[in-house]
Design a protein around this ligand. Structure first.
Ligand SMILES: C[S@@+](CC[C@H](N)C(=O)[O-])C[C@H]1O[C@@H](n2cnc3c(N)ncnc32)[C@H](O)[C@@H]1O
Length: 177
């Protein structure tokens, strides 16, 4: 968990710059990422293990299930979903996050191939719409894993929330005001 001084610094940063992709990018550029655990979310792994319906793989029509991770950061959760058989898309507004995700996918290339899933990283603001085409979003996602960007929902999307992640970190929400 992030220290109190780190949380204070985050709070000050967002109070000054607003909660925008640019403000997040500035944190990446300062290499100030107190949220970074360099591993995947235990809640996601638990959910995938304990709910067979959340597994990826092929749909009944033979096409592959798709997953989205908004605000994916370094991309560990995207890799977990790709490994579970999804065509997984990680979305982040920071160039450095996308670079980290692409690098991580490269490192996991061999194991990903085994389940047929894939990992793709797209740089964009989740609340804009330009990225929807790049991420093939308009046909929908079978699973969206988010405990970062949007407790905030997108008004133009209909999201059916089936799983409420068990480890929502309200500390970051409190930094965002
Ligand atoms: C607190 S970090 C969490 C990263 C990752 N989910 C993790 O657990 O390590 C939030 C991430 O969301 C990204 N982000 C914040 N707002 C965003 C937005 N509107 N669109 C896309 N990405 C955003 C930031 O750049 C940052 O990488």
């Amino acid at each position: 968990m992030a220290s109190q001084p780190a949380l204070q610094r985050l709070k000050g940063h967002f109070a000054e710059s607003g909660n925008t992709p640019e403000a997040w990018s500035a944190l990446w550029e300062q290499d100030f990422k107190p949220w970074e655990r360099s591993t995947s979310s235990p809640a996601l792994i638990d959910a995938l293990k304990s709910h067979a319906t959340l597994q990826g793989g092929l749909r009944t029509n033979g096409t592959r299930k798709k997953a989205l991770v908004p605000g994916c950061g370094t991309g560990h959760d995207v890799i977990v979903l790709a490994d579970a058989g999804y065509d997984a898309v990680g979305l982040d507004g920071a160039d450095l996050a996308i670079e980290a995700g692409v690098k991580l996918a490269e490192e996991h290339k061999q194991e990903l191939g085994k389940n047929g899933g894939s990992a793709k990283f797209v740089k964009a603001d989740f609340f804009a719409s330009e990225w929807e085409k790049d991420a093939d979003a308009l046909s929908g996602f079978d699973l969206i894993y988010d405990y970062t960007v949007s407790q905030l929902t997108r008004s133009s999307w209909f999201m059916l929330i089936l799983v409420v992640p068990v480890c929502f970190e309200s500390i970051y929400a409190s930094c965002l005001g």
